[in-house]
Design a protein. Structure first.
Length: 100
């Protein structure tokens, strides 16, 4: 079982990386809806805060597994929102780059 400390670190790292990707996209990709991306960053901050609270009170292995599963679902939803904000040209370029 991972410790509360390592779980909290993982939550912070993932949320920080997601927020950084949003800020980079908002800054450097033309055609990105900056307001929508800012809302995604706020959602990421709320996710981090909520998941850190849950990790603080988790007492057993089963609780950690539930937190992890819920966190992963939330991250997947946020990534979908991030992708939906990208312009179509960027989505196509991303697909081409990942196929190589």
């Amino acid at each position: 079982m991972s410790s509360k400390r390592s779980t909290k670190k993982q939550i912070r790292y993932v949320c920080g990386d997601l927020a950084a990707e949003c800020i980079l996209a908002k800054t450097f990709i033309p055609g990105v809806d900056a307001e929508a991306m800012a809302k995604v960053v706020i959602e990421i901050a709320q996710l981090q805060e909520n998941e850190l609270k849950k990790a603080s009170i988790a007492a057993d292995k089963k609780a950690f597994h539930a937190i992890n599963a819920e966190f992963n679902r939330s991250v997947s939803e946020i990534v979908k929102k991030m992708n939906s904000v990208l312009p179509a040209e960027q989505k196509e370029l991303n697909k081409k780059l990942t196929k190589k």
